[in-house]
Ligand binder design. Structure first.
Ligand code: NOJ
Length: 504
């Protein structure tokens, strides 16, 4: 990557009659050319979506019901615009157009998710729904025909409804059913899918949408359910990884890992207490999920703090369930790369111990968090333009997890539809974050191998409905045809993929 210019070796200094001035110009040219600000040849660009957010066809051709179908039908009061994903982008019917859009961007990969209940309508691997399998076969084949590599997420939040009554991810029975589903998916599609992501953003599953996952009320005991969920997510991921490893890797030759959403916590000052608070936040935000996989067991700070607070709350033992040694060993090393979704940076500051009220991961984490008012934002109030946060995060991963291969499986910017097609804000966002990625690759030698934009097109943004638009392509949701139109950022991306350099 780095082209180091050695003037002595290149014989320039041996040329006796060269004037000093000319030599200086050459030296300048040499240095300005020394680093090629370009993504490596094997770096892969992509775009991402997920099943419930784009497919529609919620009950088409024998598909079963997921917790998000139920939420959209019975409790759309929880969704900003009271909408649901019944039709969404209608990708169930418009998948060919989707592939053309992906192709037009010139990207190498397309990340999408399988709807568990489209393939296994009852949730159990007892009966396969052939039309659902046909749908994904057509999509996968078309992508490959067009030179686009499918990157498939098994679970992007649309849990089969049947498991909701059992408490969703808080019930250990889910581990077996997820494993059976994963095995089916490898059997059905693994001859062509070479990159698998087991689970998308466990923190969102266990903490953010906990009330929806188990179909429970606000009184749900967070500080217990969140950790139970984390435990089962990790076991389910590991189970799927081992199934792939034992039964499929040899013949299918792909790779498999998890995608974790990683918020960067920057110490508010150089004060050692603030540095400690930031580290604590990192471990509670994502270390709970990544440490058992990339190191061993939960992070020590998490184990210690939850035990301490549990005691203060008069629990007889820690609210954090323990893994057996066999389980720890089984989870450790279950990755071929690390998938990261990155959107958020925050400052962390030491603070007084939160009072003993209702336990939750948030109060267990402690510390005070804030954003800089001056950071530029977008329509999603949690997203600010802080590219250096991504760079610091990537460096942290390299140091703490022994330089694993990293694929940025999501990074993106929301507009509210008013910027419509002239999405200069999005272009500025991508310029910043791509530049931070390049800095991490070139200057910090972090092993980042891919970058996927969220999202290919505007889609159903969960409890924000259709109000937040993350797409490179605009989708008209009032038009029955769900017409897609390229935004200005499509041109930017085409340029990027074409040149492997960041367009100005
Ligand atoms: C991460 C999630 O994986 C995706 O589903 C969501 O739309 C984006 N964040 C934007 O919020």
């Amino acid at each position: 990557m780095k082209k180091k210019i050695n003037l002595v070796e290149s014989n320039l200094l041996n040329v006796n009659d060269m004037s000093e001035k000319f030599l200086l110009i050459l030296v300048f040219l040499g240095f300005s050319n020394a680093i090629e600000w370009k993504f490596p040849a094997d770096f892969k660009f992509g775009v991402a979506t997920s099943a419930y957010q784009i497919e529609g066809g919620w009950n088409a051709d024998g598909k079963g019901t997921s917790i998000w179908d139920t939420l959209g039908h019975n409790r759309s009061i929880l969704v900003k615009d009271r909408s649901n994903g019944d039709i969404a982008c209608n990708s169930y019917n418009k998948w060919e157009e989707d592939v053309q859009m992906v192709k037009n961007l010139g990207v190498d990969t397309y990340r999408f998710s399988l709807a568990w209940t489209r393939i296994l309508p009852e949730g159990y691997a007892t009966r396969v729904n052939q039309p659902g399998v046909d749908y994904y076969n057509k999509l996968i084949n078309k992508l490959i025909e067009n030179g686009i590599e499918p990157v498939v997420t098994l679970y992007h939040w649309d849990l089969p409804q049947v498991f909701s009554a059992l408490g969703g991810w808080t019930n250990p029975v889910i581990v077996l059913h997820f494993a059976n589903y994963a095995r089916k998916a490898f059997e059905l599609f693994g001859d062509r899918v070479k990159t698998w992501i087991t689970i998308n953003e466990p923190r969102l599953i266990c903490e953010e949408y906990k009330g929806l996952v188990g179909d429970v009320t606000e009184n749900f005991p967070l500080g217990i359910s969140e950790y139970l969920c984390a435990q089962n997510v990790l076991k389910a991921h590991a189970e799927a990884y081992h199934i792939y490893d034992r039964e499929f890797r040899k013949t299918q030759n792909g790779k498999i890992s998890i995608t974790v959403d990683m918020t960067w916590s920057e110490p508010a000052t150089n004060n050692s207490e603030d540095i400690k608070a930031a580290e604590q936040n990192l471990q509670f935000d994502f270390g709970i999920y990544t440490n058992p996989i990339f190191n061993f067991d939960y992070p020590k700070i998490v184990i210690d703090r939850v035990a301490r607070r549990s005691k203060m709350e008069n629990f007889t033992q820690s609210r954090l369930p323990q893994f057996t040694t066999a389980e720890k060993l089984k989870i450790r090393g279950t990755y071929d790369f690390l998938g990261i979704n990155h959107y958020v940076t925050m400052y962390s500051k030491a603070a007084n111990e939160p009072p003993i009220t209702k336990p939750s991961v948030k109060t267990d984490a402690g510390g005070e968090r804030f954003r800089d008012e001056k950071w530029k934002g977008c329509a999603a109030n949690w997203i600010k333009l802080v590219p250096w946060g991504l760079r610091n995060l990537l460096k942290w991963i390299k140091i703490n997890y022994r330089n694993p291969e990293i694929i940025i499986t999501e990074n993106g910017y929301a507009d509210d539809g008013t910027e419509v097609l002239e999405d200069d804000g999005r272009i500025e966002y991508y310029q910043g974050y791509l530049n931070a990625t390049l800095q991490a690759i070139i200057e910090d030698e972090v092993n980042v191998k891919g970058y996927m934009a969220w999202s290919l097109m505007d889609n159903y943004e969960w409890t924000h409905g259709y109000e937040l638009r993350f797409g490179l392509y605009h989708v008209n949701f009032t038009d029955p045809n769900r017409t897609r139109t390229p935004k200005k950022s499509v041109k930017f991306f085409k340029n990027l993929t074409n040149t492997k350099t960041i367009p100005n």
